[in-house]
Write a protein that binds this ligand. Structure first.
Ligand code: NDP
Length: 601
């Protein structure tokens, strides 16, 4: 279904998008969210692993990796493959897996195709069950990586790092934890992730609620019944359940809550865009026919196509590559019609294809949702990448169930909560259970999100060094912090449609740096201040991108609609020529053998 959008309609859309955005802008921006304290302090606890006893550790390892999610796991695996024997993963969670350890809500799955999202499929001999796989399969894959590369042996799980300090005399990092450990490491890598600290909606009275209330990243199956594999939550059968939040998480668990709750009230502030998911099983025979090295080819193919490049075929073929395909087709059509190519061509093509896509998404709501008022309220009025695009084939259908009620707050959110339920537009909704699908802290201080400071040379902390914005080489190396690797994607590719791809590429580079340090007997590896300054010229805040635009409806993609200062913009800067070019650049950097910008001493 392709929708033609007339100029008149286009003008209407601009007007509507602006009005819907303005309605949602708030002076308090990011400050509207609450940290889990008081009644909610236990939200940061680990409900899945308890009572782990062990004696404290006082030794030395070659590499300590803080965070055992995919970034830490992939980096550890590559280090092991390159011959480093002692790699220690440390994580507050009771197992590896990062977000896939914590997020066990019903319906949790990945919106990026498993063939590219699950790292090291070839190395671990893993066949994904389907194009998009459920969270428990992703968690199992994380554990498989840890087992395959023997990472559990030295790891410290259920352990929160409290302090990381550089000791110049011994050229070692000293790491302290909440389990009384104090050990040394030649290298430290931090993979604490961009989105893991739960935040709560600032709804007055939330703490007064007398029923059960929990965040999606700490799902209380003891309250709901059921389990992460999606089995029925029988304890909800006669309950009135409310859910606050309709982002990517809410969209995935609402169909399950709708199926199992006596009554479900979905409190919506802004609707998500819900595109087709079209999941299907993976045929093991087809999978076995793939040539060795296939995953790298698939990763590159997706990244090229998803970020506006050209390739002979679209291997992944999903909603992400569809966005770019449409833009590309329009650019080509404009050039064939005689238009000279320039940045305006791309921007115009992008806007046209975006309008077309969003009209289709709104038409899909009308086609699926039977109640007209509900359908109208479920339509998103913004450009697709203003918010995280969602893909689901049961979400919209859930609103046709007689026990499911959409409570549209017209952009204002839930007014207040009392002991017995929630208030919206002056109406009281009695509830037994409230599920908070209100997301995670983004863009707040690194130390607040990770729970510790990293003190480099002369005791200068990373927060201090970055107080006027992030500074690095490749987003990985920081001057004044020798032998430290930041595992992330800012100031590098910044590829958000397939986050693990960033980690796979950076892990190769880090393993090469550590191997080179070993080969030349270097005790210290540090980026020079000149190289760091030069890198800041090669990266830029995203230009012309919808993601992060202050013109968008507020959300974490655009700092809740508050324009960022120049310093803050550095935190989201990316390699100017785009992700695919960045990965090519990084490959040639690491294979050159000279590691330009780093000093080995
Ligand atoms: P989000 O921050 O995307 O969504 C939070 C939701 O809470 C929004 O709908 C927000 O509304 C709503 N909200 C906040 N305050 C209030 C209030 N006072 N009243 C009513 N509603 C309120 O968090 P998610 O957990 O959904 O997603 C976070 C990210 O996690 C995703 O963007 C994605 O990157 C990742 N994720 C990835 C998945 C995958 O497939 N790999 C699956 C799930 C999540 P509003 O929009 O108006 O701000």
């Amino acid at each position: 279904m392709t929708m033609n959008v007339t100029d008149e309609r286009r003008a209407e859309l601009r007007e509507r998008y602006r009005a819907e955005r303005d309605k949602r802008l708030r002076a308090d921006g990011n400050d509207q969210y609450l940290q889990p304290t008081g009644r909610f302090a236990q939200l940061l606890d680990d409900p899945y692993t308890t009572g782990v006893e062990r004696s404290s550790v006082h030794d030395e390892v070659t590499v300590a990796i803080i965070g055992a999610g995919f970034s830490g796991l992939v980096t550890a695996a590559r280090l092991r493959q390159s011959g480093v024997r002692d790699v220690r993963l440390i994580d507050a969670a009771g197992d590896v897996g990062g977000v896939w350890y914590w997020n066990r809500y019903p319906g949790a799955m990945c919106d990026t195709a498993a063939m590219i999202y699950l790292p090291l499929l070839e190395e671990t001999g893993t066949v994904p069950s389907a194009k998009y796989v459920p969270a428990h399969e992703i968690f199992a894959h994380a554990r498989r990586i840890a087992t395959t590369f023997n990472l559990y042996e030295q790891s410290l799980l259920s352990t929160g790092v409290t302090d990381v300090r550089w000791d110049e005399t011994s050229s070692r990092w000293v790491i302290s934890t909440d389990r009384g450990d104090e050990f040394r490491a030649k290298f430290v890598a931090t993979g604490t992730g961009p989105l893991h600290r739960p935040k709560l909606p600032a709804v007055p009275g939330l703490e007064d609620f007398a029923g059960s209330i929990f965040h999606t990243s700490r799902w209380e199956y003891s309250v709901t019944g059921g389990s992460p594999d999606g089995s029925p939550m029988t304890a909800l059968a006669d309950r009135r359940v409310g859910i606050i939040g309709t982002g990517a998480t809410g969209v995935q668990c609402i169909p399950h809550l709708g199926r199992d709750s006596g009554e479900l009230f979905v409190f919506q502030r802004t609707p998500s865009s819900i595109d087709i998911r079209n999941n299907h099983p993976i045929d093991p025979e087809w999978f076995a026919s793939l040539e060795p090295g296939w995953q790298r080819r698939w990763l590159r193919n997706f990244t090229i196509l998803q970020t506006g490049g050209f390739a002979d075929e679209d291997l992944v073929m999903d909603g992400w590559t569809d966005i770019s395909q449409r833009i590309r087709d329009r650019v080509v059509a404009r050039i064939q019609a005689g238009e000279a190519f320039g940045p305006e061509t791309s921007l115009a093509a992008y806007e046209e294809s975006d309008d077309e896509k969003m009209e289709e998404i709104r038409a899909r709501v009308d086609a699926i949702v039977t109640d007209r008022a509900t359908a109208e309220a479920l339509k998103p009025w913004y450009r697709q990448l203003c918010k995280r695009p969602c893909f689901h084939d049961e979400y919209l259908q859930t609103f046709n169930r007689p026990n499911v009620h959409l409570v549209d707050t017209n952009g204002r959110g839930v007014e207040r909560v009392d002991a017995h339920g929630a208030w919206v537009n002056g109406e009281h909704f009695p509830l037994d259970v409230i599920v908070l699908a209100s997301g995670f802290e983004v863009g707040t201080d690194l130390s607040r999100r990770s729970g510790f400071e990293i003190a480099g040379r002369d005791g200068v902390t990373l927060s201090e060094y970055w107080s006027r914005g992030m500074r690095s080489l490749h987003g990985t190396h920081v001057h004044g912090f020798p032998n430290l690797f930041i595992l992330g994607f800012a100031q590098a590719a910044n590829l958000i449609s397939n986050v693990p791809h960033n980690y796979v590429e950076s892990a190769d580079a880090i393993a090469a740096v550590v191997a080179h340090a070993g080969a030349c007997d270097a005790e210290k590896v540090e980026v020079t201040s000149e190289a760091e300054a030069a890198w800041l010229v090669r990266i830029q805040p995203r230009q012309g991108s919808v993601i992060g635009s202050p013109d968008c409806t507020p959300g974490y993609y655009n700092n809740e609609g508050k324009p960022l200062g120049e310093d803050q913009q550095l935190n989201g800067a990316a390699f100017v020529e785009g992700p695919a070019a960045y990965f090519d650049y990084l490959e040639s950097w690491r294979t050159s053998g000279t590691f330009d910008g780093l000093a080995f001493s």
